[in-house]
Design a protein. Structure first.
Ligand code: ZN
Ligand code: MN
Length: 131
């Protein structure tokens, strides 16, 4: 039987997933590389990047492509909203109950089948507000 190689959990991929699940910071591939280097000194940025892409393609993690900035990753794949700092780019969860009705309303206005929706708030984070 042929198993899609992307669905195979290599040891590296498992470790990347483990570390991503520990943080709530929505790290970029670079951020993850800095975290992972402590546990795997030989890992390369390319490997981290590729594995994050694969994990998000298979739906195990979520990729946040927001505001034309660096891609960020989130181990929480549930529908939830984010707020992004317009100055430093930091992304945090925003615990507003997701509006599922908006998907029904959107479906009435388009031929597209609606799969999900995203909502991003833009603000200034506490650290940036101080400076
Ligand atoms: Zn900020
Ligand atoms: Mn999140």
């Amino acid at each position: 039987m042929n198993v899609n190689p992307k669905l195979r959990m290599t040891k590296q991929r498992q470790l990347i997933l483990e570390e991503l699940r520990k943080v709530k910071t929505h790290p970029t591939a670079d951020d993850m590389y800095q975290i992972l280097r402590k546990r795997m000194p030989k890992i390369s940025l390319g490997t981290v990047y590729r594995n994050l892409e694969i994990l998000s393609e298979t739906g195990i993690i979520q990729k946040l492509e927001v505001g034309g900035t660096q891609k960020r990753f989130d181990a929480d794949t549930s529908t939830h909203y984010h707020v992004r700092c317009a100055i430093c780019g930091r992304v945090a969860d925003l615990h507003l109950a997701p509006d599922m009705n908006v998907e029904k309303e959107a479906a009435k206005l388009t031929d597209f089948q609606i799969l999900r929706h995203r909502l991003e708030f833009i603000g200034i984070c506490p650290e940036c507000k101080e400076h």
